[in-house]
Design a protein around this ligand. Structure first.
Ligand code: SAH
Ligand code: SF4
Length: 359
């Protein structure tokens, strides 16, 4: 018998449908959600203003569960990465990123969580640890939400900013991610504004089309990493199926009608995509999309051949983009020392378990 669904994975709409089917009112659904998300109870028994019959009904059809936290790396005021174990033993990693100082110099209350959407990844980008073991499975809505609940336990604070930049390609797990987004943004859920949520995609065009039709103003980041098909083909197999001639129009379609621009993520990898010519190709795409650019000097992954360019080379790439009046930031992966790039912690753990070495 499969385990009962998690109460923390129910969107308002789904819970309401369940309760009305069992003869209850909308008001009851609101009360239940209030207990789960405002009061943060972890048993149905604790929902003291519900009639006993309703508590029993809920307990017969749903359950509470939080994943086991197996490792925490880093300290409270820096990037903290943690690994949780799902009920089937799968390992999932997430990263808590506190923003110490805001742009205006004041201490910011921002707590960002980087969540995973899948165990592993099917897309197999050549530089990425998440893709190395292939895709094990999608994460369920409850497992995506569970990472937020675990992070709040670890941090002792509410998470108020979420980026889908952990393991996996979120747009290829669209339905579970969309339900998680409903729970995250709902004012009867985690109540985090859509503009505080970023989905990152490697360029999975069918998923981008679904996202274009999605009504909420979620932010979008695109892992471009190469501004020509030649470079992208070399490091990102996704580009063979959906080359730039399909990706760019899909991004334009997403931008249209929502008054939002994507951010182009661009890892700088030595001798692969870091030349002045690469910078000018990138500028052309950023202009066309009115996009911002975020440069990330490559974070070395053990067993993979790719290297980070020299600091000077990274800076001159950034300067070239900046000179072309494209808004550009360069972000060194925080927590380089705790394997903060996506998938690295799980990869190491799986290696320890299996004595496996990367290709
Ligand atoms: N699959 C989605 C979401 C994961 S986001 C996507 O690819 O966009 C994870 C980000 O970290 C991606 O931009 C990815 O390209 C980047 N990344 C992966 N390995 C990295 C590494 N070793 N150093 C720096 N960034 C890396
Ligand atoms: Fe998957 Fe993204 Fe890593 Fe590519 S970069 S393998 S799409 S997680």
């Amino acid at each position: 018998m499969s385990p009962l669904p998690l109460i923390t994975a129910q969107t308002e709409e789904k819970l309401l449908a369940f309760l009305t089917e069992h003869g209850h009112t909308k008001f009851r659904a609101q009360q239940v959600l209030d207990w789960v998300w405002r009061k943060r109870v972890t048993t149905f028994d604790a929902m003291s203003n519900l009639p006993p019959a309703l508590k029993n009904l809920l307990a017969e059809h749903f359950r509470f569960h939080t994943p086991e936290i197996v490792e925490i790396h880093g300290s409270a005021d820096t990037t903290r990465k943690f690994l949780t174990k799902m009920e089937d033993g799968s390992l999932v990693e997430s990263v808590i990123i506190p923003a110490a100082v805001a742009e205006n110099g004041e201490k910011s209350e921002r707590v960002t969580l980087c969540v995973s959407s899948q165990v592993g990844c099917a897309f197999g980008c050549k530089f990425c640890a998440s893709g190395l073991l292939g895709l094990k499975r999608h994460l369920t809505t409850g497992e995506i939400i569970g990472q937020i609940l675990s992070a709040e336990t670890i941090a002792g604070k509410r998470v108020n900013n979420i980026v889908f930049m952990g393991m996996g390609e979120p747009l290829s797990n669209f339905d579970n991610v969309a339900d998680a987004l409903e729970i995250i943004t709902s004012h009867r859920g985690l109540e985090i504004g859509a503009r505080h949520i970023t989905i990152s995609t490697s360029g999975f065009v069918p998923g981008l089309k679904k996202l274009a039709a999605y009504p909420r103003q979620i932010r979008l980041a695109v892992s471009l990493h190469g501004a020509t098909d030649e470079v992208r083909d070399q490091i990102m197999p996704v580009n063979k199926k959906w080359p730039l001639s399909q990706l760019i129009p899909a991004l334009e379609e997403w931008s249209r009608g929502r008054n939002q621009m994507p951010t182009l993520e661009y890892i700088l990898i030595r001798d692969i995509n870091d030349s002045p010519k690469d910078a000018s190709h990138l500028v052309r795409i950023a202009k066309r999309l009115h996009a911002k650019v975020n440069l990330i000097p490559y974070n070395t992954v053990e067993g993979l051949p790719w290297k980070r360019p020299s600091e000077e080379r990274c800076r001159s790439f950034r300067d070239a983009v900046h000179k072309a009046r494209i808004p550009v930031t360069m972000r060194y992966e925080k927590g380089h020392d705790i394997n903060a790039a996506c998938g690295q912690l799980r990869l190491r753990k799986e290696q320890e378990k299996n004595g496996w070495t990367p290709r």
